[in-house]
Design a protein around this ligand. Structure first.
Ligand code: SF4
Length: 260
C-alpha cells in the first residue's frame, strides 16, 4: 500500500510532470497562477531566473527581483489574449508581471492604451495602477530564458500552463494575437490540443496574418492574428512601428467584440 501511495503522489514543483499534473486541475485562473508561481520544472530556467536576480542591472540595484514564473496579466474573462514569448530577465522576471518593466512592454502597453484596452500607457511594476480591459497578456514560457531562447523541451514542459489558461479563458475568448513567430508556433498546437480545429497545413507566421477557427460543439469561433514581436530588434529597425501594432490590436479588439 505504501508503495502505491508513493507512486501515486502528485509531482512536486521540481519535477518535470508538475505543470502537466496541476495546470488542468485548477478551477480558475487565480488558482492556476498560485500553482504556476511554485513551478521549478525547468532546471536551466530556474537557475537563470535566480542568477539574474542575484546580479541585477545597475539601474535596478537594490530592487528585489520576482525570480519566479510570471503569470499572465489581465482579467479572467478576457475576450482577447496576447501571447508573447517569455518574460525578460530584467523585465517580467524583475517585476513579476508579464511584459512589465522592459522596452517591449513599454511599446505593447502604449499601443494597448491607444486602442482603449489599457488604463495607462506605461507599465513599471505591480502596483503601478495599470489595468487591462478585456485583454490578458501571457506567454507560452513563464520563466525568463537565457538569451530569450527557451529550448524545445522547456517549451513542451511549460505548455500545459498555456493550455489551461486558454481553456479557462475559453468561455469569453474571441481572439488571440500571437507576438512573433515563436508565439505563433507555440500557440497553434495548444489551440489544436484544446479543441479548436486548425487548418492544414498550418499557415505560416507573418505580421497581419489572420485565421478564423470555426466553432465546434465545445468551442466558439476564435480569431487568431500574428504580429511582429515588439522586441527592440523589431522596433528600433522600424520593422514594427507603433502604428502597425495599434492597427493590428485595434483589428483584434474589433474581432473580439471589445470595440464597436
Ligand atoms: S518555464 Fe514553465 S514549466 Fe518551466 S519552470 Fe518556468 S513555469 Fe515551470
Amino acid at each position: 500500500m505504501e508503495e502505491d501511495g508513493a507512486a501515486g503522489a502528485p509531482p512536486g514543483p521540481d519535477e518535470n510532470g508538475f505543470p502537466a499534473y496541476w495546470a488542468g486541475r485548477c478551477g480558475g485562473l487565480a488558482e492556476m497562477d498560485a500553482e504556476l508561481v511554485r513551478c521549478r520544472a525547468c532546471p536551466r530556467l530556474v537557475g537563470w531566473r535566480e542568477e539574474t536576480a542575484a546580479r541585477p542591472r545597475a539601474a535596478f540595484r537594490g530592487q528585489e527581483y520576482w525570480a519566479r514564473p510570471v503569470p499572465g496579466f489581465g482579467p479572467a474573462d478576457a475576450a482577447l489574449a496576447v501571447v508573447g514569448l517569455a518574460p525578460a530577465a530584467h523585465g517580467g522576471n524583475r517585476t513579476g508581471r508579464m511584459f512589465t518593466g522592459d522596452a517591449s512592454g513599454d511599446f505593447l502597453f502604449a499601443a494597448l492604451h491607444t486602442v482603449g484596452l489599457a488604463s495607462q500607457p506605461t507599465a513599471t511594476g505591480r502596483g503601478d495602477g495599470l489595468e487591462l480591459y478585456g485583454v490578458r497578456v501571457t506567454a507560452p514560457v513563464h520563466c525568463a530564458p537565457p538569451e530569450n531562447r527557451p529550448t524545445p523541451a522547456e517549451r513542451r514542459t511549460c505548455r500545459p500552463w498555456l493550455a489551461a489558461e486558454l481553456e479557462l479563458l475559453s468561455p469569453s475568448l474571441r481572439a488571440v494575437v500571437a507576438l512573433g513567430a515563436f508565439g505563433w508556433q507555440a500557440l497553434l498546437p495548444v489551440l489544436g490540443e484544446t479543441g479548436w480545429p486548425l487548418p492544414r497545413p498550418r499557415p505560416a507566421f507573418g505580421h497581419g496574418v489572420q485565421l478564423t477557427l470555426p466553432a465546434t460543439g465545445q468551442r466558439r469561433e476564435l480569431h487568431v492574428l500574428g504580429s511582429y514581436h515588439p522586441s527592440q530588434r523589431n522596433t528600433f529597425t522600424g520593422r514594427l512601428t507603433s502604428e502597425m501594432l495599434v492597427e493590428l490590436l485595434a483589428r483584434a479588439a474589433g474581432l473580439a467584440g471589445l470595440t464597436p
